[in-house]
Design a protein around this ligand. Structure first.
Ligand code: CDP
Ligand code: CDP
Length: 233
């Protein structure tokens, strides 16, 4: 009996990668690792330090030297999936601003930034028992993952999810601006030269439009079980 030890989840913004990935990891007792956090953290620091988004050298140095610590959410009941620290500073919510949303895909397009962050992600992946989510996990970070999922949903549904999430958190939200940001990030992420957002040939495509988080989790667990039955017979 062979059990999937490494699970890769990719897909566009608000496809449900983090919420579904976390629930799946909790169900399996695996580590959940959201690689988007790392690109967002470098982007936040660059914005704060006034580093131009086209300065590959400076952004690369930032990615190579910043220690991003992702911990369980313990002690917070504000709906966070994890706590992100740089040094002693909690940047969990600072990573979710419209400014970071609008800038992160430019930072993530630089090969030198990707090289530094991908190396750290691979080290985490090699330990196994992990659900890793992002844009290039199945294609670049863990091409040998035991199972790969590609989550998708219509842009309108994804924008509605983000809108509802902000409103639930008591924040201001503009549906049209969110939809425009998602479309632009999808475009930048899927057209960049290095590690673009792309479904790996062996990834299982799951259209989540109209499905709740729990329905998607159920489907992934079914697919995991089916895969295990095939490989053990
Ligand atoms: O949650 P959402 O899907 O909106 O974004 P995220 O997963 O936090 O990722 C933010 C951005 O980081 C993406 O739009 C990509 O530009 C970049 N990213 C990437 O290039 N590669 C990854 N493995 C993960 C994120
Ligand atoms: O990580 P990613 O950007 O792909 O998406 P997410 O942060 O997991 O999900 C975005 C929002 O959509 C969250 O508020 C989820 O609870 C919600 N969601 C949903 O309503 N239905 C799903 N099938 C999956 C996620």
């Amino acid at each position: 009996h062979r059990k999937a030890k490494t699970i890769a989840i990719d897909g566009p913004a608000a496809a449900g990668k983090s919420s579904v990935g976390l629930a799946l990891a909790q169900h399996l007792g695996y580590l959940f690792f959201d690689t988007g956090v790392m690109y967002r953290a470098i982007t936040l620091l660059a914005l704060e330090q006034g580093v131009p988004l086209d300065d590959e050298e400076a952004l690369g140095v930032l990615a190579e030297t910043t220690i991003i610590d992702v911990q369980p959410p313990a002690g917070h009941d504000d709906g966070r999936y994890y706590t992100v620290l740089v040094g002693a500073r909690d940047i969990t919510w600072a990573l979710r601003t419209p400014q970071v949303d609008a800038s992160v895909s430019y930072v993530a397009a630089h090969p030198r930034v990707r090289l530094a962050l991908t190396a750290q992600q691979r080290r985490i992946g090699q330990r196994g028992r992990v659900v890793m989510v992002g844009r290039d996990i199945g294609t670049v970070v863990m091409p040998d993952a035991d199972i790969k999922f590609y989550l998708d949903a219509s842009p309108e549904e994804r924008a509605r999810r983000r809108y509802d999430e902000l409103v639930a958190r008591g924040q201001e939200a503009d549906y049209d601006a969110i939809l425009a940001d998602l479309r632009e990030r999808d475009r930048l992420d899927s057209t960049r030269a290095v590690a673009p957002l792309r479904r790996a040939p062996d990834a299982i495509y799951v259209d989540t439009t109209g499905l709740s988080r729990d329905e998607v989790v159920e489907r992934l667990l079914d697919l995991l079980g089916a895969r295990e039955e095939v490989s053990s017979s």
